[in-house]
Design a protein around this ligand. Structure first.
Ligand SMILES: Cc1cc2nc3c(=O)[nH]c(=O)nc-3n(C[C@H](O)[C@H](O)[C@H](O)COP(=O)(O)O)c2cc1C
Length: 204
């Protein structure tokens, strides 16, 4: 992938400088160093309302996301998603799943489904069109091997990537992250973050 690749980072952590923010900072450093154009959206500060399940956005056919009836920040965020060529999707594990702000964002991605009344299930508009790439980031108090396989977080992040038309290049899952108040990333985690960030640009 050429320089100036647009990378959109969507961060579902609630904390400044927590594990998620630190991992994102490392990845963004790598991406910027490679000449990529990066933007970080912290969902904790972003004005997104809950999906109303009116399904208006799902009635419109085509590969473009349907238009939502809510005139909130999701309109602009979908524009950013559409313009980006690669993504970092990040959320800590809270109560065995992505955080509530990330889930709220994910539910609004229903605009990426074509699901007219009368059809029992949706068809994902970007299915089969997965040319984009996504790096996934999560963490948990549980050890990484356990958290990665037993919590819903990894599956949910993959589902979000698939919905917006991206193929995951890998997941950074940091375990045992809650023993100290201001835990710093280990060198091993930093190294893996760098590898995955490079993969996002087609290297590594
Ligand atoms: C409300 C809440 C729920 C949590 N639930 C889980 C959980 O179900 N399993 C787990 O292993 N860790 C859980 N954790 C720990 C977080 O996943 C962990 O601290 C994570 O690294 C926080 O990310 P951050 O550093 O970006 O804030 C929870 C933490 C909080 C505050």
């Amino acid at each position: 992938m050429a320089d100036m690749t647009r990378v959109l980072v969507i961060n579902g952590s609630y904390r400044d400088d927590g594990i998620t923010d630190q991992a994102i900072a490392v990845a963004v450093g790598v991406l910027k160093g490679e000449g990529a154009n990066t933007e970080v959206v912290n969902l904790r500060e972003y004005p997104i309302e809950f999906c109303r399940n009116c399904r208006e956005c799902t009635q419109q056919p085509g590969t473009d996301p349907g238009k939502c009836v809510l005139g909130d920040g999701m309109y602009e965020l979908i524009e950013k998603i559409e313009l980006a060529e690669a993504y970092i999707l990040a959320s800590p594990t809270n109560f065995s799943s992505v955080t509530a702000v990330f889930k709220r964002f994910m539910e609004r991605l229903v605009a990426y489904a074509y699901w007219p009344w009368g059809k029992p299930y949706p068809k994902f508009r970007k299915q089969g069109l997965r040319q984009k790439k996504a790096m996934l980031i999560s963490s948990s108090a549980a050890p990484a091997w356990l958290g990665r396989w037993s919590f819903a977080t990894s599956r949910q992040l993959k589902m979000a990537a698939k919905t917006i038309g991206a193929e995951p290049v890998g997941i950074l899952f940091t375990g045992l992250s809650s023993m100290e108040k201001h835990k710093r990333l280990t060198q091993k985690t930093i190294d893996r973050t760098r590898i995955l960030a490079s993969r996002l640009l087609g290297a590594g």
